[in-house]
Design a protein around this ligand. Sequence first.
Ligand code: GTP
Ligand code: MG
Length: 316
Amino acid sequence: MSNLKQLFRISKIFGAYYEIFSYENGSNLATLRGKLRLESKKDRHPFVVGDLVYAIWNDSTWIIDSLVERKSILHRKSSAKDAHALCANADYAVLIASLKEPETKSGFIDRFLAAVSVSGMEPILVFNKTDLVSELEMNTATSYYHFLGYKIFTVSIHKEDSIQELKNFLRGKVSFLSGNSGVGKSSIVNILAESKIQSTQEISGSTSKGKHTTTNSTAIFLPDDTVYIDSPGIKEWGILHLEREDLLLSFPELSKAREECSSEFCCEFGENCRIQEIFQELPAERSKSMESMLESLETPFRTTRRDHWNRSERGR
Ligand SMILES: Nc1nc2c(ncn2[C@@H]2O[C@H](COP(=O)(O)OP(=O)(O)OP(=O)(O)O)[C@@H](O)[C@H]2O)c(=O)[nH]1
Ligand SMILES: [Mg+2]
């Protein structure tokens, strides 16, 4: 094997080890070069799944030498700690949602869309488990997002045609699949990849929630340059890495109003504020969702009822 640098994509991360893949060299384990290891001590997450890196074959191992500039990166941030990078260089950030078992709340969808709006990825909404709800319920849940212009798929793992349509759309692209635990991310990836690569597990009967079956993000490569990245279920999508303006602009209804702002776009809801006027006209769910996101920015680290409960439990 030559000592030349070869380009790979990071497909999985296990502590200090990286699984890297290229169509030419297949899947390999790699470690970081000393210099990068030192840098990684400062930054807990120097690399993320989806990153493109150069690696060198040295002494029977692949050593990651450098990172290629990212064209997109998706984060979430729920606490004072660093924002958590979820995936880099994906073309599509695909939210897998379901209306039942478990229910993906519209507030979660809006937080996902806000985070994606600053990521450089295109958001795609996939409503799974159509077999569990009526057509009317599904249309009610999706119609407003359709109206806003988002790309939407309604699918079920029990309806092959629906997944085929999604597959055609994702062909040749890098797609990061995300969503609550149990919505069917791994089940869909297995059908898309035509292989039972990812483990799946039944929803808990008592809570209708998933069991966090997938614990590590994994990129799956198809021969036609299509890449699917399956990821662990997320409970809450923290948006604390966003600015107030990013949040407001993430709503297409409000970003349109920007052109009509009489003064500089200040986002302070001043006198004659066009954004403020449009805010009043939003459907109840949407304005509740935006208010909740703005409130998280203002009181980012407030204790939740659960924190309070945990502390009093510990105190006993
Ligand atoms: N009825 C129905 N069940 C589905 C559908 N898609 C997935 N499921 C079931 O939902 C359960 C959870 O699916 P998974 O694919 O493990 O969910 P996941 O999103 O990967 O969950 P985590 O890895 O925990 O984040 C499994 O029992 C699947 O068989 C669907 O379209 N309809
Ligand atoms: Mg899974």
